[in-house]
Ligand binder design. Sequence first.
Ligand SMILES: NC(=O)CCC(=O)C(=O)O
Length: 273
Amino acid sequence: MSTEQPDLIQKKWNIALIQSDIVLGEPKVNAFRLKQLMEQALQAESRPDVIVLPEMWNTGYALTVIDDIADLQGMESKAWLSDFAREHSVQIVGGSVAQKTDGQVRNTMYVFDRQGELVSEYSKIHLFRLMEEEKHLAAGEQRVTFELEGVTAGSSICYDIRFPELARSLALSGAKVMFVPAEWPHPRLHHWRTLLSARAIENQMYVIACNRVGVSGKDSFFGHSMIIDPWGDIIAEGGEAEEIVTGEINLSIVDEVRKRIPIFEDRRPDLYI
Ligand SMILES: NC(=O)CCC(=O)C(=O)O
């Protein structure tokens, strides 16, 4: 066995969550800052296997001008994220960006493998009325799972975690980990922590959530990016300032927990509607 491969075989990944601030309506400034933080993340002794970015990192919630500043077909964002993934041989869950395709702006996550190939694209399916997303954005129309190094993962963006049906359907489609980029503000920190933990425990999967920090208009974003294991234990949690939150996950634990309490065998979907 090669000395470079045991982590791949045990499916251990080092995760780096880029818990950054976001400047409203300034995609170039935000991409520059994220790149700096991602390069910093790669200097860590435990080099990340997966880098995760926050929600709408290109524009923030600049919704009144979103039509003019959204990334056309996500081309700029996809180009540099793909280059970065390939140059550094790192997997990237690219948070989400405001992107405009066929005249409609969507809140879209792009995922890249170590070769810089785009392996998944997911547009947020539940739009958050409290921040008027539904007035300016179009909703995605399908849930998405994808493969990274043979591991099935699922996508969820911010408000999506309030809908347990989505996380459950991702788990039923084989997801062992769910990624959650977010822009989740005060005063709902207890909702954030409780909902992420619940999604991890009830689906016995890793939940990996990257929330922005900083203030934008009336919203103050609290960070607290989290890595939660399938037993509900918190592997890592950020504070309220800009930082890189890191943690190691071991995907073999998912099967162990699912064997220990076999909820997928015991569930009674015939009685739930
Ligand atoms: N960007 C979002 O979807 C925010 C969701 C949120 O804050 C919530 O309470 O839900």
